[in-house]
Ligand binder design. Structure first.
Ligand code: P1T
Length: 387
């Protein structure tokens, strides 16, 4: 592989070289569940496919290179990645997490690990002092999601990482919304980066996957142990698809961000739109942080439509180019209603406190012609106003 520090080159070549037996340029999909040994324990680096698989290893090396990590460990979903990472904690340990996280991440913290004796305190991490105040001697992990899902708040990774370090906590950043193209949390002081590879990294809405990356050798060794012991591994075909998707990540992100910036500015001028949330807009409370921390403000926009749930429902039922569906980061534009769809597992009081109300709509801007996307939203907003 070319020895490059450029992400565009790493996305295509990192961890990959033509197959030594055939010269195949693309990484082979190795489907075998087990690998022949010359004698007991005499193997070529692979024994059983839960423990290790060549296609998965290649993906792990490529992802780690993109985040500037020494180690990448892949899982069968973003939730599996998070769950396995949280298994590095013990009963009695405490987590401080962003108040606004993906509904499924909240559910893991609240409904899976809290009953096991691992408590989480959620705070508005845009306030670094609040993070510091929430930490106790038992705090072992800070869980940072930035931009947050779905309110697109930005958290100062370097500042929170410094607080975590001072308190002896492992700082984890869920970098799903930004991708390493827009921000690289390890370079800002975080210890661990995780992703739902389901989203931008794969980019084609045809894989569910996750990854955890770190340069902490002891933590990586523990994660490898847990990956094998718990077994929430991705299949080889899915690993291949993510590897394939990664090759176009840099160009896709450029286009996602360009169209999103244009649509966010345009949305703000449309009748019936009460508020647009996009980190690139001057009205965003952390616009200065976006400029400093992110290469571009991303491909996600949230906005509030006047008229509450009836208006939002009409809008979502009218779109023709946007697809009304959960998830994000695919080539196709997606639109969803967080209160009912992605964040239904967050209690109504918590949703209200965050601003996830009935008029809130989240869009993932895809790669279609910007003019078609605007025309589609224009027609859907007209339908919302007619309710
Ligand atoms: O869906 P899965 O691959 O298990 O990843 C979970 C996950 C983790 N972190 C973030 C920031 C996420 O957005 C997600 C999944 N989110 C959606 C499905 C969604 O529509 O927001």
């Amino acid at each position: 592989m070319a020895d490059s520090t450029h992400l565009e080159t790493l996305a295509i070549h990192a961890g990959q070289s033509p197959d030594p037996t055939s010269g195949a340029v693309m990484t082979p999909i190795v489907l075998a569940s087990t690998f022949a040994q010359d004698g007991p324990g005499k193997h070529k680096g692979f024994e059983y496919a839960r423990t290790g698989n060549p296609t998965r290893n290649t993906l792990e090396r490529c992802l780690a290179a993109l985040e500037g990590a020494d180690h990448g460990v892949c899982f069968s979903s973003g939730c599996a990645a998070m769950t396995t990472l949280l298994h590095t904690l013990r009963p009695g340990d405490h987590i401080v997490a962003s108040d606004d996280v993906y509904g499924g991440s909240f559910r893991i913290l609240d409904k899976v690990f809290r009953p096991l004796g691992i408590e989480t305190t959620q705070v508005d991490m845009t306030d670094v002092a609040a993070v510091e105040a929430a930490m106790t001697p038992a705090t072992k992990m800070l869980w940072v999601e930035t931009p947050t899902n779905p309110m697109l708040k930005l958290i100062d990774i370097a500042a929170v990482a410094a607080v975590g370090k001072a308190g002896g906590a492992t700082v984890v950043v869920d970098n799903t919304f930004a991708t390493p193209m827009l921000q690289r949390p390890l370079s800002l002081g975080a210890d661990v980066v995780m992703h739902s590879t389901t989203k931008y990294l794969n980019g084609h809405s045809d894989v569910v996957g996750g990854v955890v990356m770190t340069s902490d050798a002891a933590l990586a060794e523990r994660l490898r142990f847990l990956q094998n012991a718990i077994g929430a591994i991705p299949g080889p075909f899915d690993c291949y698809l993510v590897l394939r998707g990664l090759k176009t990540l840099p160009v896709r992100m450029e286009r996602h961000c360009k169209s999103a910036a244009s649509i966010a500015a345009w949305l703000g001028a449309q009748p019936g739109v009460e508020r647009v949330i996009y980190p690139g807009l001057a009205s965003h409370p952390q616009k200065a942080l976006a400029d400093r921390q992110m290469a571009a403000p991303g491909g996600m926009i949230s906005f509030v439509v006047a008229g509450g749930l009836p208006a939002a429902s009409a809008l979502l039922a009218t779109v023709k180019v946007f697809v009304c569906a959960e998830s994000l980061g695919g080539v196709e534009s997606l639109i969803e209603h967080p209160a009912i769809m992605t964040h239904g597992s967050v209690p109504p009081e918590a949703r209200a406190a965050l601003g996830i109300d009935d008029g809130l709509i989240r869009i993932s801007v895809g790669l279609e012609a910007e003019a078609d996307l605007k025309a589609d939203l224009e027609a859907a907003l007209a339908a919302a106003r007619a309710v």
